[in-house]
Design a protein around this ligand. Structure first.
Ligand code: NAP
Length: 294
């Protein structure tokens, strides 16, 4: 990597940032496309988000990613917010505009690109979301926008699922999302107008390192209701949820591809250059190497 007076910098604002995969994604993309761009993580302390965004602007950074816990906190310091990011209520990418940064959410377009690459259909489908946290809410917004037929949000805390359902139904102007308690999943099997099998998106923390070997639903009969299980957990790369899906004959995918494509889309926004599937595959390989996955 050659750094000179023309090198542009992109960075990651977060806390912690030590275990991020983003430098692997962006520095490899820049290297492979011959972009004079370098990507570095910036640890930003509590209460310093405003200074970090203003400082990034003053230092002429081309763009930034934003990660936990600041995806909402950055909103007041942006000059514009992309409509999808606004509906989701969280920004993970800042792009330099004329008089400040514009905020985007590339996590959900990243998930959608991963789903499309894996041949997983959303339009017209009945889809289950496990969890009702920040990511699950964003997934519900995405699926509603992409034309899902019905969405069932299953969560340990029913009130949180109900709040997400009310919000997304409000945006979409139709009663598309239904909230359920996780343990009430058997009701799905008895739906008279239901599909033969569902796509399920696993958006809880259950099964995530170091809590490996657990799934939010353990009963085998639940997995017989699924044709596909998409776990958003990426560490470990193969989760118990994925194992249970496959054991009952479904297709299973993990969260590493979503992570890849949120980065790819951010890079495309910063540089204006497209990333081919073949190049994305190379980056995916580097990410796996960095995580010690074969
Ligand atoms: P969050 O806001 O903290 O929400 C966590 C969700 O998990 C809630 O629905 C919570 O249920 C549920 N949950 C936690 N522990 C549980 C347990 N023991 N039993 C049952 N349910 C439990 O988290 P988030 O930010 O939405 O993140 C969710 C997942 O997305 C994480 O696994 C993260 O790894 C993944 N993620 C992936 C990517 C990617 O690029 N692939 C990016 C971001 C996040 P309650 O509401 O009942 O508490």
């Amino acid at each position: 990597m050659k750094i000179d007076g023309y090198t542009r910098t992109c960075g990651l604002i977060g806390n912690p940032v030590e275990h991020t995969m983003s430098p692997v994604i962006h520095n490899t993309l820049a290297e492979m496309q011959g972009e004079n761009l370098v990507y570095v993580p910036f640890h930003v302390g509590t209460g310093d988000v405003k200074d970090a965004v203003e400082g990034a602007w003053a230092l002429n950074l081309l763009g930034c990613n934003v990660t936990v816990p600041y995806k909402r906190d950055v909103l007041p310091y942006l000059v514009k917010i992309d409509p999808l990011a606004e509906r989701i209520g969280a920004v993970n990418t800042l792009v330099r505009a004329e008089d400040g940064f514009k905020g985007y959410n590339t996590d959900m377009p990243g998930l959608y690109r991963a789903l499309m690459r894996d041949g997983v259909k959303v339009e017209g489908e009945d889809i289950l979301i496990l969890g009702a946290g920040g990511v699950a809410r964003a997934v519900a917004v995405l699926l509603a926008e992409k034309g899902a037929s019905r969405i069932f949000i299953l969560n340990r805390t029913l009130e949180k699922a109900e709040a997400v359902a009310a919000e997304v139904n409000g945006f979409s102007g139709r009663s598309i999302v239904t909230a359920m308690r996780t343990e009430d999943w058997p009701a799905l099997a008895g739906r008279r107008d239901g599909p033969a099998k569902y796509l399920a998106i696993q958006a809880t923390n259950v099964g995530m390192y170091p809590d490996v070997g657990k799934a939010v639903i353990e009963e085998e009969a639940f997995y017989r209701l699924l044709h596909t299980g998409y776990d958003l957990v990426f560490n470990p790369s193969r989760t118990r949820f994925m194992e249970l899906v496959e054991r009952e004959g479904g297709k299973a995918f993990g969260g590493l591809e979503m992570l890849l494509y949120q980065g790819v889309i951010a890079y495309e926004l910063w540089t204006g250059r497209g990333v081919s599937d073949a190049l994305a595959d190379v980056i995916y390989g580097r990410m796996k190497e960095a995580m010690g996955i074969r």
